[in-house]
Write a protein that binds this ligand. Structure first.
Ligand SMILES: Nc1ncnc2c1ncn2[C@@H]1O[C@H](COP(=O)(O)OP(=O)(O)OP(=O)(O)O)[C@@H](O)[C@H]1O
Ligand SMILES: C[C@@](O)(CCO)CC(=O)[O-]
Length: 424
């Protein structure tokens, strides 16, 4: 908790990105969608200062701002009609020009003003530095991972997180604030991305209902391919709407089938016993419904030549792929069943790279938000620096390797320079 003498030790909060496995587009019409966490995470390092200032350094998006604590707003629950109206409360002299930095500054001001309101008095400054392994705007929920990490960091600073192990309460609180942060950025988001980033694992989501965590014992290995083809979610959603307006009975039939796919997937994940034979059977079924779901999305007109190229390249090696997210470019996901030889995956990645696509080998279904307060053998700043160095120096390394290092708690890498991560 923030105190006048500010003698707390630095900590790191991390939160994962997400991928939609089944149900995109149909979810807009009240059908079910299934999403899972990916093991690519945003990391927020929080360190104390001996003054009343707050420094937010987001080097991935070239943001480094020092706020005077007295100029930041203290928001009561009725001060804004909606979180997206926060712009007027940004302290004078802070540049909020267009671009990813604008949203990040607005989100920070909103969450600082709401979560720390009335709770930090006197010399209660801090530095917060966020680094992320998630590409921005690729459909992998970088914004939600950022908001969950930021909300958890500010809640921890304000002393609102329990220290008695009542993680469920904490996650609910973190998720509520992260959703508010998402509203600053996106106006009316569904809430699925922040729920996955908070709770991790696999979630079933239906618009207007609380998301349900599915009890899967296994994580799925997937290859995510960013086609780098820019897409407009808004235009793609509008395209499906206009098709449905023209052929309501036909399109509703397709949306209902997508709903059945999502609910079948939920039942599969829910009944997963953790047994290896079950895993093989589950993966076979998942492969089938990946193909069917993609076919239906393609019929809705939201595929793209680049996504069909991913499907052809992966199908040639017996792997099933579908678009994930809005389609029209963006990302595809390919299931990598256990037992798939590494050299097959390497070959697929090489072929996809030739097309100008970017691949991320990742695992779906890992943990949600986590706070790391200490590691063995070195400072937490050095640990985080090492973690990110490892990822950046070896881009062919899968993110799950990096994540395993985190789970192991500590690895003695070369320390590297920590200046980038530790403001000042
Ligand atoms: N590494 C980062 N550092 C600071 N802010 C970040 C970082 N990554 C994401 N953000 C925040 O998230 C915003 C990006 O949100 P946007 O919705 O455009 O991308 P996304 O969440 O990756 O996309 P999608 O919703 O398609 O998954 C940025 O403007 C910034 O506010
Ligand atoms: C296409 C869509 O279903 C998912 C985009 O990631 C749109 C939405 O749910 O808001």
């Amino acid at each position: 908790m923030v105190s006048a003498n500010n003698d707390w030790t630095p900590f790191v909060v991390s939160a994962p990105g997400k991928v939609i496995l089944f149900g995109e587009h149909a979810v807009v019409y009240g059908k079910a969608a299934i999403a899972g966490s990916v093991d690519m995470r945003a990391y927020a390092l929080v360190t104390p200062r001996n003054d009343n200032r707050a420094r937010m350094a987001f080097p991935d998006i070239d943001i480094d701002v020092l706020f005077d604590g007295d100029t930041l707003p203290r928001l009561g629950s009725n001060d804004l009609v909606h979180p997206s109206e926060v712009e007027a409360l940004v302290p004078e002299g802070i540049n909020v020009s267009e671009g990813p930095g604008r949203i990040a500054i607005l989100t920070f001001v909103y969450l600082y003003g709401s979560i720390l309101a009335g709770r930090n008095e006197g010399a209660a400054g801090f530095n917060i530095c966020v680094r992320s392994l998630l590409p921005v705007g690729a459909g992998l929920g970088s914004s939600a991972a950022f908001n969950v990490a930021l909300s958890a960091a500010l809640l921890q600073l304000s002393g609102q997180l329990q220290t008695d192990g009542s993680g469920a309460v904490d996650r609910k609180l973190i998720n509520q604030w992260a959703f508010q942060g998402e509203q600053v950025a996106h106006g009316t988001p569904s809430g699925i991305d922040n729920s996955v980033a908070t709770y991790g694992g696999f979630l079933k989501y239906v618009k207007g209902e609380a998301s349900v965590s599915l009890n899967s014992r296994h994580a799925l290995r997937v290859l995510i391919t960013n086609t780098n083809v820019p897409k407009s979610t808004k235009a793609l959603v509008a395209g499906v709407r206009s098709l449905r307006d023209r052929h309501p009975a036909v399109i509703d039939g397709i949306l209902d089938t997508i709903h059945s796919i999502a609910t079948s997937a939920a039942a599969l994940f829910q009944s997963d016993s953790g047994d290896a034979t079950d895993m093989a059977a589950l993966e076979l079924q998942v492969q089938d419904i990946i193909q069917i779901n993609h076919g239906l999305l393609s019929t809705l007109g939201v595929s793209h030549a680049s996504l069909e190229r991913v499907r052809a390249i992966t199908a040639a090696r017996g792997l099933a792929s579908k678009l994930t997210g809005a389609g029209g470019g963006g990302c595809a996901l390919t299931l990598i069943p256990h037992g798939t030889p590494d050299d097959s995956v390497d070959a697929v990645e090489r072929e996809l790279a030739v097309e100008g696509f970017q691949c991320y080998r990742t695992v779906v279904g890992g943990g949600g938000v986590a706070i790391t307060r200490e590691v063995r053998g070195c400072s937490i700043e050095m640990w985080l620096r090492s973690l990110l160095d490892q990822q950046q120096q070896n881009t062919s390394q899968s993110c799950s390797d990096v994540f395993d290092i985190e789970i192991a708690g500590f690895a003695a890498f070369s320390a590297g320079s920590i200046a980038e991560l530790k403001p000042e």
